[in-house]
Every structure is written in structure tokens, then in C-alpha cells.
Ligand binder design. Structure first.
Ligand code: PLP
Length: 378
């Protein structure tokens, strides 16, 4: 039987590279035809990061005075839902797991535990499947059915907290994961996305450099909503190290405490909002407010309407936080001097398919007091 001597030189280490999605597969070709050499084929897990950037500048026109259509302001977005787990969270989970394995904190036989609004849970479940770990994900009842089902599809165990539990309560999904890991640290490894600095570091090492390279260093503003704060904190840190003039703008759902905390240094009780995965009721350890230059609050209707614009005008079916980020970016673009060159970069954190039963469903919108998309609105 022919036994080709395959040697994939893009073994595990290359999955840590931010620069190339898929390296050339080098084959030891003693028995193989030379036509198999130099194939760009890799393991699925090596596809994390190195996402495309798309131009959304023409969407500015509707939200701004007509001059802006011809202005020097550009709005670009990183298509983060093209990561293997269909969200930006693959970047941080990869970094957290790599570091934990390298430092001996995560060993074979241990169980990874992650509290998540859904995407980190799916990334953790996917990467644990790839690496041979069991995992338990805790989430809130706000998490869409699609995200819950995806977590289970990767073979993870899913625990959903009761509705209406406040952050800090032992029955809150974040506390559930923390307490489980505290109870038996030899058995459980806590992904701890809200507080670990390996979270912003994942973006510092990958998303920041990619944005810098893809814009040839012309980026002037980075816009992102926050939950853990890892995306904005890690990415802005990298970009500001390259050019201290780069501004970091936090897009924030109306109801989240981040806006009030940024403006007043204090905050009251959070209010309900429907966009998933962003905004918070406490300040996570991964969030660095010192690096944030401004905050733009965005309400549910504005975020979802922008998703409908993206899907119906661009063919981009993205999650609610993408609409929120793009709305804030368009607002920012409208506020800038059209004669001064500016490059605003934002992220499309996850895939709209994760919300087909929610805001992409007219009945769900109406039940929740929101307007379905109509041609006029778009
Ligand atoms: C859909 C979505 N968008 C944005 C974010 C915010 O990212 P970060 O936690 O890095 O602030 C999250 C985080 O859970 C998310 O799930």
C-alpha cells in the first residue's frame, strides 16, 4: 500500500501566527507527485484570525450631509464572523488556551469552564473539541437559541442561569463558572474571559497588527462595543503604540453602564437592552477605560436597523453588535471634518445566522416593541 510521507510543516505552532491564515503545505515528496507540493491546505483550527477588511464608506451618505459621500473619511470593517467559530472570540480563546497549555495550567483530563454570552462559549467548545478537552459553558437566558445549540453541537455541556439574576449573585452565569473553577482548580480550568489579561492580549497580538497592516498604518479611529472590553482594550493598545494619535471609541448599548462610567466615573443599575454580547452591568478586569477616548451610545432599534442595511444593501448578514458598531462608526464619520483624511475601522463580531430567531424575525421584533425593517427605513 502506498504510504505517502506527509509532513505538514504547519503544525500547531503556525496556528499562533497572526499573519497568514494558511501556510504552504510542504510535503516530503518521496512517493507523491510533485503536483501535491506547495498546496495551501491546513487544519481548520489554523484559520483563526487574518480576517478580511471591507469598505462600508458609502453607507455614510444616508447618515450624514451629502458632502460626506465625497469626503476624505473612510469606514472599514473587519469581518470577524469569518473566523472558524463564526465570531471574534476565536482570537481570545486561542490565546487563552495556548497560554494555559504552555504554562501547565490546562492539562489533559481537565475540564475547561467558560462563562459567556454565547460566542466565547462556542469558541471554547469548538477549540476544546479540536484539542480533546471536555468543557462546560455557562450562559444567560438572553443567549439566542442558535448560540446555545451551537455550543451543544460541539459536544459541550451547557448550563443556563435563571432569568433576572443580577451580576455578582452566585446564580449569575459568570459567578456559576467562577465558583465551579474555584471549587476544584485541579479539575476545572476557568477561561475567565472577563478578567484575564490574556483576553486583550489576544487582540493586541492579532487584531491590532492586522488593522495596522491592512490600512497601511492610515487608521485614525478604532470603534468597538465592549462586553469584557478585550477587543477595544487590546486592539487600541496596539494601534496607539504604532501611532499615539489613533482614537479608541467605545460603542455602547443604551442601558449598559459603560457610558455613564466613562462620563462620570460612577454608575447606577443597568437597564435592559436586546443587542446580545455587548454592554455590561459591572466593569470587567479586561476593560481598560484609560485607553478609551470617547463613547457613543446606540439603542436597539439603531443597531438592528443598521443590521438590516448591512444585509439588504451589502449582503452582510451580521449579529446585532455589528449593527451597533457600524451605526456608531457612521455617526462618528458624520461628525468628522470631511476635508481631513480619516480612516475609521470597526469590527463585525459575529454572524447574523446566530440571531435568525431573534431580530431577523419580524414577529420577535414586534413582540419586543421594535419596528421590523421596511424599505423606507433601509
Ligand atoms: C457578539 C459580540 N459582539 C461583541 C462582543 C464584545 O467583545 P469584548 O468582550 O471583546 O468586549 C462580544 C463579547 O461577548 C460579543 O459576543
Amino acid at each position: 500500500m502506498m504510504q505517502p510521507l506527509l509532513r505538514n510543516t504547519f503544525a500547531y505552532a503556525s496556528s499562533r501566527s497572526a499573519i497568514s491564515r494558511c501556510g504552504t503545505l510542504k510535503l516530503s515528496v518521496r512517493l507523491l507527485s510533485s503536483s501535491y507540493t506547495n498546496l495551501k491546505i491546513c487544519r481548520y483550527r489554523e484559520l483563526v484570525a487574518d480576517t478580511p477588511m471591507v469598505d462600508l464608506t458609502h453607507l455614510v451618505a444616508k447618515d450624514a450631509n451629502s458632502e460626506l459621500a465625497n469626503s476624505n473619511v473612510r469606514v472599514f470593517a473587519k469581518v470577524e464572523f469569518l473566523n472558524p467559530g463564526f465570531s471574534i472570540k476565536d482570537r481570545i480563546v486561542q490565546n487563552i488556551l495556548n497560554k494555559a497549555e504552555d504554562e501547565g495550567k490546562l492539562k489533559k483530563g481537565m475540564i475547561a469552564v467558560a462563562a459567556s454570552s454565547g460566542n466565547t462559549g462556542a469558541s471554547t467548545a469548538m477549540m476544546c473539541a479540536m484539542r480533546g478537552y471536555e468543557c462546560i459553558i455557562t450562559t444567560s437566558p438572553k443567549c439566542s437559541k442558535e448560540k446555545m445549540d451551537a455550543i451543544k453541537a460541539y459536544g459541550a455541556k451547557l448550563l443556563v442561569s435563571e432569568p433576572g439574576v443580577e451580576e455578582g449573585d452566585p446564580k449569575h452565569y459568570i459567578e456559576m463558572a467562577r465558583l465551579m473553577a474555584l471549587e476544584d482548580p485541579e479539575l476545572y480550568f476557568d477561561i475567565d474571559q472577563y478578567d484575564t489579561l490574556s483576553n486583550p492580549e489576544g487582540h493586541f497580538l492579532t487584531l491590532g497588527p492586522e488593522i495596522w497592516q491592512q490600512t497601511n498604518g492610515l487608521v485614525t479611529h478604532f470603534v468597538a462595543a465592549g462586553s469584557t472590553g478585550g477587543t477595544i482594550s487590546g486592539t487600541a493598545k496596539y494601534l496607539k503604540q504604532q501611532n499615539p494619535e489613533v482614537k479608541a471609541v467605545l460603542a455602547d448599548p443604551v442601558g449598559s453602564i459603560f457610558t455613564e462610567y466613562f462620563k462620570k466615573g460612577s454608575y447606577g443599575k443597568p437597564k435592559d437592552f436586546l443587542v446580545e454580547g455587548v454592554g455590561k452591568g459591572t466593569i470587567p478586569g479586561a476593560m481598560n477605560f484609560d485607553i478609551i477616548d470617547d463613547v457613543i451610545p446606540v439603542n436597539d432599534q439603531e443597531a438592528f436597523d443598521t443590521c438590516f442595511r448591512l444585509s439588504r444593501k451589502e449582503g452582510i448578514c451580521a449579529g446585532g453588535s455589528s449593527g451597533l458598531n457600524v451605526f456608531a462608526s457612521l455617526q462618528l464619520a458624520a461628525s468628522l471634518d470631511p476635508n481631513t483624511p480619516a480612516v475609521i475601522v470597526t469590527v463585525l463580531p459575529d454572524l447574523g445566522v446566530k440571531y435568525l430567531s431573534k431580530f431577523y424575525n419580524d414577529e420577535w421584533l414586534t413582540e419586543n416593541g421594535l419596528k421590523p425593517p421596511s424599505a423606507g427605513q433601509i
